[in-house]
Ligand binder design. Sequence first.
Ligand code: SAH
Length: 485
Amino acid sequence: MGKVYIVGAGPGDLELLTLKGKRCVEEAHCIVYDRLVNPQILSLAQRECEMIYLGKGNTEGGVIQDEINRTIVEKAKEGKIVTRLKGGDPFVFGRGGEEILALNEAEIEFEVVPGITSSISVPSYSGIPVTHRNIARSFHVFTGHTSKEGDWHNFDAIAKLEGTLVFLMGIKNLDLIAGDLIKYGKSPATPVAIIEKGSTSKQRVMVGTLETIVEIAKEEKVVPPAIIIIGEVVNLRSEFNWFEQLPLFGKNILVTRDYKKSVEFAYEIEKLGGKATVLPLINIEPLDIELDIKDAKAILFNSQNGVKTFFEKLDDVRVLGDKKIGVVGIKTYEELLKHRIKPDFMPEEYLGKRLAEESLNFTEEGDKILFITSDISPINTQEWSKEHNRNFTAARIFKTEKVITTDIDDKIKEVDLITFLSSSAVDAYMESLGDKKHDSKIKIASIGKMTTKSIKSYGLEVEIEAKTSTAQGLLAEIKNYYINL
Ligand code: SAH
């Protein structure tokens, strides 16, 4: 028998997942999730983890809930660790209780991991505290959705509450909610905010009063998920609003690096308030090649992946004792430091050619200089050897494969900016597009000169180019671009 974790995934921002929730995602053999779960949380799972999407949302019960109950029971019976991921908190209109009943009946072990519910966090992300000294001494959370006739709340009682009122799943019944509150005595001038897709880069906040909010919601065409918050605390938003001020707020940025690095880069984008769409267009694999470094006087690295793969292949680090070592790029440098090796030289310019030139100062005529690199790196060892009387040799120990995506337009339809950190990713993008044309509304950002050249060779424009050719450098430029826009 396996085990089921019923985990609250928070309201949308990846980092609002708890540490315990993260562990449950990492350990899962199978994840059952719904519409409200940020897809980036899924990328924390093991590669082999089975992903099962169930649900149009948590609002409609019945059929889908039965299927969810059945699925988690079935998968646990297969001996799997099942993580059932739910938006917000599992017990705040999350139907977590029904799943527990099903698990108990099948005698399956479970744990519940609470999540940050949207009812408090979504207001926070729009600058509205649910309580505030001298303004609101309590808050009350309701569902605005009723499944049956005659099942409506007692608005006579609710209208008399002094605290903040929060309605989840209330958009369809907004007119009823606002109307009944006024009918039973709440002032029509009571402030109301509707927050759509809260804590995500697509967050929208509409503010009005009980009297005006229905009209505003109609005009603005509010769509779920959205929460309604009613009370004087709404007025604090003008002072407390912080999330929408983040530099990449509202921007959807496509990340095209290899999977692992894409996830890291996506995380950096989200820290700046943006939304990252991960679409790895390249894949990096070690090649089955033996390292032969015996006669080399110097060893050169031009990528982080080169260093990583090199040390995976090396069985005794002492053989490096008498070698001169050079790197290009800060990431390559940092990767080397992880192995407690300080390079002897590192050119300022991020070019393999400069690295080769600097190695001359550390070697003599005829010396072998080993360049650790990828299958496609455009280094010209023959030319350098001739020019500099050295024996430059390339050890191409890993390969960069293009990943071609057939449904690329679907993947990028909401994207504002594509980031390219290598020419291979550019090629893979163009191949994925096939006969289709690049949508010129989507801007392009490039990590540096070489990549820009590739992009331009396809007739595309580069809107942003990094001043320093690193992911950090690119991100800094993107941030500048949007701040100054
Ligand atoms: N268990 C969830 C609520 C599930 S009910 C929780 O604790 O948050 C689904 C409702 O939650 C939606 O209809 C909407 O009212 C609210 N909701 C969830 N995530 C939201 C978000 N990011 N922005 C706005 N509302 C959200």
